[in-house]
Design a protein around this ligand. Structure first.
Ligand code: BJ8
Length: 424
């Protein structure tokens, strides 16, 4: 069926037939997983609208920004400091990688035993399915896990790629390396945009990104209420959308949603009956439209009340210190804030274990579901340590490894249901 965006998609060199197939699958999925929920908050209408226009209006906005000479910078990891991108008047978009479509194409140039997230972003590019990737003037990769690090070498044959080096440890010499990398990234962004990042511009960008993190922190505080006033699926969606929506608009809209939530919490109104088991997710990021496991959990009679993940609290927990006024001081504040990220790519990574246990206690969860993407070694290795730490804190954990396919849905449902029976 023709749409008002066909010309734009054609100019972006998308495969229109395959793309239409993708949108149809996405629409069906969204209807089943999201729109079927009962008692949804009014504020979610904005998120529904954004998702329905994910390849439409937002892409139009990006094209309008490009027409004004602004650059579009795509990222795959929460380590990339978007404050520097925004300070150079460019637009930063998190490139999602949560769908299986395109994986066949990806497997022609990547080993089959590569994690689904990597196959997804390579597949989107090869199959010409993602208008975000096609809009990017630069795609920023990073040396986190081996799979991503090596995939960027291959991806670089198809898109303009720049790779940041992320240290693997957190010693003083690693901080020096990270600081140098931030400087190198700043220079690259200045070169590509033709703009100089000034102290004033960076100060505004830090405030802007902090405001978005702060509203997500507020959302997390409110959803922690007993009973929880919002489904975990909806909060995951909000986090996913935070990566590509306009940050000012997003912050305002999520603020309105939080006002609505606050009233529900005051009135003691929950989204599920009292006594519904409360679970927390921990592990690999769930990029849009990866809603498989949350849907499975919540349709098995539990509620998700927290995500210890990069599309969750790992991305929103820490703000950048807003007190420095000099460029040097602000860069140091950025270095310190990003260095707190407790990705499983670091060794040792004890902070993550502490964060998970603290979060499980604060959220009063009945259990934790550790989520690993198949072939993700860092998170699979760390799952064992997470299990031990939670065991010591007397919090039950279920470890799940899966990918984006639907083949194992029944098997996963059985495991989730057995876990719920055990803990409740
Ligand atoms: S800071 S979690 S966003 S790297 S799932 S591709 S690790 S094999 S996504 Fe991540 Fe940055 Fe870390 Fe966060 Fe590799 Fe594992 Fe795949 Fe992963």
């Amino acid at each position: 069926m023709p749409t008002p965006y066909d010309d734009m998609w054609e100019k972006l060199n998308l495969d229109l037939t395959a793309h239409e197939g993708l949108l149809q699958v996405l629409g069906k999925f969204y209807g089943d997983i999201y729109l079927s929920q009962e008692g949804r908050l009014q504020g979610m209408e904005y998120l529904d609208f954004v998702l329905s226009e994910v390849h439409g209006l937002r892409i139009k906005e990006l094209q309008a920004a490009k027409a004004q000479g602004r650059k579009i910078i795509g990222t795959f990891c929460v380590f990339v400091p978007e404050e520097l991108v925004i300070a150079a008047d460019a637009v930063c978009v998190g490139l999602c990688a949560g769908a299986e479509i395109g994986s066949d194409a990806a497997e022609k140039i990547l080993p089959r035993n590569t994690c689904a997230l990597i196959k997804s972003f390579v597949g989107f590019k090869l199959a010409r399915l993602c208008p975000y990737i096609e809009s990017c003037d630069l795609v920023v990769g990073e040396t986190t896990c081996d799979g991503k690090k090596k995939a960027y070498e291959i991806f670089g044959d198809y898109a303009p790629v720049y790779v940041m080096e992320i240290p693997q440890m957190k010693q003083a010499c690693d901080r020096d390396l990270w600081k140098a990398e931030l400087g190198r990234f700043k220079a690259k962004i200045e070169e590509i945009t033709g703009k100089t990042i000034t102290a004033a511009k960076l100060k505004d960008a830090i405030k802007l990104v902090n405001a978005r993190r702060a509203v997500l922190q507020r959302l997390n505080r409110l959803r922690a209420a007993v009973p929880t006033p919002i489904s975990g699926r909806d909060v995951l969606l909000i986090n996913q959308i935070s990566f590509y929506d306009d940050p000012v608009r997003f912050t305002a809209k999520v603020g309105e949603l939080c006002d609505e939530l606050e009233a529900k919490v005051k009135a003691g109104q929950g989204i599920a009956p009292a006594g519904t088991p409360r679970l927390m997710l921990s592990g690999c990021p769930m990029a849009v439209p990866n809603w498989k496991l949350p849907f499975l959990i919540e349709s098995s009679g539990a509620m998700i009340v927290g995500e210890e993940s990069c599309i969750g609290t790992r991305n929103t927990r820490d703000l950048v210190d807003e007190t420095p006024d000099t460029l040097e001081g602000m860069l140091d504040a950025l270095v310190d804030r990003y260095f707190k990220i407790d990705c499983a790519c670091f060794t040792p990574n004890v902070e993550r274990l502490d964060h998970i246990v603290d979060m499980a206690k604060d959220l009063k969860v009945d259990g934790v579901v550790h989520y690993g993407l198949s072939f993700c070694t860092p998170y699979a290795m760390e799952a064992l340590k997470v299990g031990k730490a939670l065991d010591a804190a007397k919090v039950p954990m279920l470890s799940i490894e899966t990918d984006y396919s639907m083949e194992d849905v029944e098997q996963l449902k059985t495991r989730v249901e057995a876990f719920l029976e055990m803990i409740h």
